[in-house]
Design a protein around this ligand. Sequence first.
Ligand code: B3K
Ligand code: ZN
Length: 826
Amino acid sequence: SETVRLADYTPFSHSVEHVAMTFRLAPEATRVTTRIRFGAGGTALRLDGEGLRLLALRIDGAAVSAEPDATGLSLTVPDRAFVLETEVEIAPAGNTALEGLYMSGGMYCTQCEAEGFRKITFYPDRPDVMAPFHVRIESEMPVLLSNGNPSAQGPGWAEWDDPWPKPSYLFALVAGDLVAHSDRFTTMEGRDVALNIWVRPGDEDRCAYAMDSLKRSMRWDEEVYGRAYDLSVFNIVAVDDFNMGAMENKGLNIFNSKYVLALPQTATDEDFARIEAIIAHEYFHNWTGNRITCRDWFQLCLKEGLTVFRDQQFSADMRSAAVKRIEDVLTLRARQFREDAGPLAHPVRPDAYEEINNFYTATVYEKGAEVIGMLKRLVGDEAYGRALDLYFERHDGQACTIEDWLRVFEDATGRDLTQFARWYTEAGTPRVTAEESWEGGTFTLTLSQDGAKVIPVAVGLLDPSGQEVRPTEVLELTEARQSFRFDGLAARPVASVLRGFSAPVLLEKPSSAEERAFLLAHDTDPFNRWDAGRSLAKEVLSQMVVRGDAPSALWLDALAEVVLDGGLDPAFRALTLRLPAEDDIARTLHEAGVTPDPDRIHAARRAMGDALAERLRDGLGDLVAPVPGPWSPDAGQAGARALRMQALGLLSRLDGGAEAQRVFDAADNMTEEVGALSALLDAGAGVAALRAFGDRWQHDRIVMDKWFTLQILHAGDAPAVTAALVEHPLFDWKNPNRFRAVFGALSANHAGFHRIDGSGYRLLADWLIRLDAANPQTAARMSQAFDSMSRYDADRQAMMAAELERILNAPGLSRDLSEMAGRMAG
Ligand code: B3K
Ligand code: ZN
């Protein structure tokens, strides 16, 4: 397979001045006519195109004959401006890869990012070629949509006009029997915008939260970034078959239906928060991604890191900033730190790939967002605002690079960012070590790093009574080792280091369990307060695994103190009560030089929960009391429900699930229904509830995904349960949501996936091979489960390696899965 390299970038030969397309839709034979007005650019033209049946080709109206090859079309063209017209035939009904034009539940839809447009027509399918588009759709379907503004329509046809030059990856088309949940929005510039969320008939009562999130996102981007919407209509379409979360096509966002449709009865509080965040994310792309796009796919973090950063800011403003930060760091450590520690590690801006779809990763997205957070912390909020204004002003309408992005900050602040740029070009999670000394009223913090980056380390100091004696200050670690002095202190302080998780690093700070318990009780920085508890819990759990210790009373008491403190935010207490994940402990043990044993980890974590339940016994009754007030998806109620469900899980260890059964029976919202069912399954008492849940929701695809997931996630023998569930009539393996619900749960069940008989590895590999033939992108994505191979014992490593080998030898393996399996096999 060919490797694409950043170093080989060259601009495209020609400019594209305008594109006009006509679609005559039919499931087996859709006709696509494309008229491209090219500027002058020499006589050699190379267009991308895959799986297209070329029916006609004309240059300035004159027929030309040409033979496409497997990846496109090479033509000799006039050495001046000209119009190229092609007519091709494609078959959306047979498109199971869900890239290009395909069908989902009887409707037509598209997914073009990154390189799907070449499956629709011959075109320079690269993000640095930007052009205005006019699209005509002919179809019997009642609703016909494309990018931009509606320009004309009649029975059986509609035309759309997108005035904003865009790259082909932002092209979209939808045709279907759809109904809209509609609203309006007036921008700060006075533009009246029609907002529509298009869904299948019957789903229109499930769109209110997504619509509300959209309007709040539009207002927020105006208020915080000064960015207004720029078309007369904003359409969102929900589809059931989608390879990822959603797509930011200009003026026509296409969403996985599970990130649009929500009622309290069908969606958990987490689902509501995800919907809010993804609606915002795709909307924010209109400026960070669409108006300013990427020069090439190596620059993906330019739009994704920035847009994740913006959606995180938005959620923090809508909800609790402290809780949001803790949740984001939990995800970062679970996904990105893991990725960075294994064979799939790559820089935030990679410099080589085989299949670009394999680089929509936690590193590009989540670490990409962290890098922007660091930049903001280093230059300050005010300078960040000026830099962003300059970015929009200087680069509107352009396809840019990370160099352009950094230059904007250099020009706005006068700061040299050469050293900072390493965050974009070097893979791996830096280690920062903190040492302390105390002498004559001076506290010295010495920081060292294993690399040569600039690392913002936010630090605050507390006195022995827990009062803050030095507010948060951002120390800039730029050298291998540096000391920072704090003078004039009356007593030796306790340092709170890396507040707010000010940099995506592994912090090593030798400190006693007592000191961490102190920080858990007193730190004024909510993130570090939580993280002190987390690091204590991880240490306790590690010692339980390695030495067979019992959980320490110190940890149990410190935790109980927080959890039972009614003055603290319930969401924060719920997060503190959450035990470290088994995968997280496995990674931490491996990093400390210990080979993790999945069964011991699982048993120890259970014992840890049992001990906690015992310690909290007297308080659990109050904690599981119903959440007062009418249901609302807001952060306050969601936090209260999260605490209630955590407590219910613990209580089930004491009462065998009796209370959980009552909560399950009485639940009028999905958060509590799922929370109680999980508690019952964990207590080994979930058979009846599981059946009731399945009976109640069998006609709801989105809810039934949870039914599949939960039983695998909480199974003792996850591969056996999975093997049974793939025989279930509702297991539709070609639907990515359902496939992920099942096999994502299998790999998320740490002890189950890593069973020593190898059944977890084997089952996943079997199904990845099968899925790859239909949908390479999702198969490749799900294969990442094998990236932790090197952590484990020789037997497990050998079994995982054998499965990767089997995948690599599968006939007709896709470029997507072959790149992933190849990198993981080493
Ligand atoms: N930009 C899309 C992701 C496209 C993934 C292509 N494999 C969604 C997003 O990040 O908003
Ligand atoms: Zn995005």
